[in-house]
Design a protein. Sequence first.
Length: 385
Amino acid sequence: MTLHKTVIVAKKFVLGIGLGIGVIFILVLLFQLGVIVRNILFPAKVQPANHLYDKLPAIEFPQNATGDHLTYKINTISGDLPAFPDRVDIFTVKQREPSLLNLNKAKEKANSLGLIGDDGNTLPEKKLDATNYQWLENKGLQRRFVVNTLTFDFILESNYLSSLTVLNAQGKLTQNDAMNSTNDFVATLAVMPDDVSLDKTTTPIQESTYYTNPQSFTIENGALVPTSSFLQTQVYRINLYQKDLTYDLNSGIPAITGGFKKTPMVMPILYPYPPYSTMSFWVATGQLGPQVVAARFIHQSVNTAPETEATYPIKTPQEAFEELKNGKAYIAAYNGTNTEIAITNVYLTYYLGENLQEYLMPLIVFQGDNGFFAYVSAVREEWIK
């Protein structure tokens, strides 16, 4: 074949490929157009939530922060309640399995904290119940360490409020010191969850008042007193927070191009006593420098990548507001004295409490001045046991 014929054949080949691609493109467009026309003329019905886990257990809230009879008014920027989707995803909480080795692991954690007797061995444990064990220190800060051998949640207490080592400490305690001490402490115990966002603690967004940056305290008459003075700070409280859940919610609303519309969701996790979490650490300066002198750590891991999406219908903001007005909400926090509360923000979140949960449950949160937080369980009542 001559060069000229080769060029002609190559041109025809390229032209044929181009025409083929063009025909395929037109067919795809025609198909999509047909789908759109069909969905416009014969729209599909809205797909209901799938209730994958049947009825869900009710949320166990603690006692209300106030017993006063409160009244409410809407004072949001828009002057109205926001719009929410008619459903949200429900996620399962990972359950721990008991193991005969768990007590040994708890002993290792006590040892790592230096809870060691004069003989160089780990202090003896005391069994409190089927899962909780306690270690007591009789010198220094006289620490008390309690570990749940199923979940490895723990409590650390000490006499730091009356300790001369803490009260007379010469070194000044900084927020950075407190964060580093907390990080070292959880690393020593090997309990740092991978779903924690340290940014929420160190650089909280101003608008996100449901979590707080490290708080500084001075000690007066054996009690913690908030202070804004760096020179007076003797104790920092550090709270760790879990990352926001982000996912695409199947709205159940048909899309004209086929399938169902997806709604991007970004929902934080809130805890029983906002703006605090269930993972709190108190850091003070001791003989060996800054150290965690008290802690309360309760953490539940969420299965954020389920094989099947579980959707449940939720209440409207108006319905939740009526429950709030009728005294059916959990008042999580309030520092004021007025009995009329101006609601300045309303939003959707998830809830993790101090008790073990099977599911990560959604909330409708009402927030107001003077640290007011009220929670209304979001799932519609017919899907709650």
